[in-house]
Design a protein around this ligand. Structure first.
Ligand code: CA
Length: 221
């Protein structure tokens, strides 16, 4: 059974979501102590997180950014705020999708299914290899020899896409498409930041210079 953690401080919405997801066959877990959310999420090890943007004492977006440092668990923001700026920030910091309250239940469920499907990658191989590099898709780690490093969801997607196109030059636009399935939500800057972090991590496992920049054209593995 797939586990979904609901991080929502409004008790009415929280219980409503828990009931709804339970009826759909998910294991719904609610967070009610907002002091140690991060630790609770780690312990729960969910398949997906529904995250409210406005939480007591902390911003859902900053929490998402913190989660993304160590985990690629899918995150859908559920929020009453309705501003494009928030949406952009949420998605560029690692949110997988965004739904505004009052939400439409069939739409919310469809988005949950879509995000879980994208995260699952059921028919695809679990490990991709390129020379010394092995990418473990389910574990979300990259390894070379006896060294291993955890990747965020975005870093994992970037590297998987480059490995699937080994030897070819991949343009930034291709990567942006592959990452978010659309060019609407991601800017060039966010891609650069992800690429820089990914390169630092690859260097850490003994693979500096693995991703080459082809000036004016894109990247090449
Ligand atoms: Ca709230």
């Amino acid at each position: 059974m797939l586990k979904i953690v609901i991080v929502e401080d409004d008790p009415v919405i929280r219980e409503e979501l828990a009931l709804l997801l339970g009826n759909e066959g998910y294991q719904a877990v609610t967070v009610t102590d907002f002091l140690n959310i991060f630790q609770q999420l780690r312990e729960a090890a969910p398949d997906l997180i529904l995250l409210d943007l406005g939480l007591p004492g902390r911003d859902g977006i900053s929490l998402c950014a913190e989660i993304r440092k160590t985990s690629c668990t899918p995150i859908i923001f559920v929020t009453s705020r309705d501003s494009t700026a928030d949406e952009l920030r949420a998605l560029s910091l690692g949110g997988d999708d965004y739904i505004t309250k009052p939400y439409n239940i069939p739409v919310l469920l469809a988005r949950i299914r879509a995000v879980l499907r994208r995260a699952g990658g059921t028919a695809e191989p679990d490990v991709l290899e390129a020379g010394e590099l092995a990418l473990h898709l389910t574990r979300g780690t990259a390894s070379a020899g006896d060294k291993s490093v955890e990747l965020t969801r975005n870093e994992l997607k970037i590297l998987a896409y480059l490995m699937g196109n080994q030897g070819k030059i991949v343009s930034r636009a291709d990567l942006i498409d592959a990452l978010w399935d659309s060019q609407i939500y991601i800017d060039d800057n966010t891609l650069s930041v992800n690429m820089t972090r990914l390169r630092v991590k690859l260097e850490g496992i003994g693979l500096p210079g693995l991703i080459k920049t082809r000036r004016g054209m894109g990247y090449q593995l």
